[in-house]
Design a protein around this ligand. Structure first.
Ligand SMILES: C[S@@+](CC[C@H](N)C(=O)[O-])C[C@H]1O[C@@H](n2cnc3c(N)ncnc32)[C@H](O)[C@@H]1O
Length: 209
């Protein structure tokens, strides 16, 4: 595995799944599953696959896991794993039926470049399913959520002795526009978006080539 490591995920790799389950009240797999039902059968890329947490719910697909952080990928049960970034993927044009990506898009260096790469590697009619965290749509709920995450995330970070990394996670929730705007006008067609979780701060999107 080559080394192109994101220092945050390299540091928290071993504690990632535990803290993710804690912070999502055990719902993070259900939120992935709600997206996965929209994937077409066949060869699927798990973009930013991390520790391979989606592996059990991707069992009916021929899955390739891609992640830039070897420390995360090393913990993954996926048999086909590639160290790379979403912005530049070492795959042939039109070589995947679907792309799945959970809790990754806030961490990308370039969403535009990654979406262009997804379009390139998808076969015509292929689908990308994206699940990620953001903020509630309603301004009042957004404020409540922002205050809550400013308290809860650094506390969770203390448990795993990485408070600064979890402060970054709190900040990252405000990084992107809401899902209803984020993918519109991009290289893929927005088929549907939806919100889940407390106050709707988790989103799903299905994009088609
Ligand atoms: C919050 S974790 C999510 C992991 C996994 N998808 C899951 O559902 O548990 C975010 C992952 O995105 C990866 N990542 C960060 N920057 C990336 C990039 N530019 N391209 C692809 N993956 C990236 C990180 O290494 C990390 O494993």
């Amino acid at each position: 595995m080559s080394e192109q490591s994101d220092p945050i995920f390299a540091r928290i790799a071993r504690r990632y799944d535990f803290i993710n389950t804690l912070l999502s009240f055990g719902r993070e797999q259900a939120w992935r599953r709600r997206g996965i039902v929209h994937l077409p059968a066949g060869r699927v890329l798990d973009l930013g696959s991390g520790t391979g947490a989606a592996d059990p719910v991707l069992s009916e697909f021929d899955v390739v896991g891609l992640d830039p952080v070897p420390e995360m990928l090393r913990l993954s049960p996926m048999s086909d794993r590639v160290v790379a970034i979403g912005e530049s993927m070492p795959f042939a044009d039109e070589s995947f039926d679907g792309v799945f990506s959970a809790y990754v898009f806030r961490n990308l260096t370039s969403i535009d470049e990654t979406l262009a790469e997804i379009r390139r590697i998808l076969r015509p009619g292929g689908k990308a399913v994206i699940v990620d965290l953001g903020r509630p749509r309603n301004p009042m709920l957004r404020l409540v959520h922002r205050i809550g995450s400013a308290i809860a995330l650094p506390l969770a970070g203390l448990i795993v002795r990485a408070p600064a990394d979890y402060w970054y996670l709190h900040k990252s929730l405000d990084k992107l526009p809401p899902v209803e705007e984020l993918y519109a006008g991009g290289p893929l067609t927005v088929e549907r978006t939806w919100r889940m979780g407390p106050f709707g701060f988790v989103y799903g999107a299905v994009l088609t080539k």
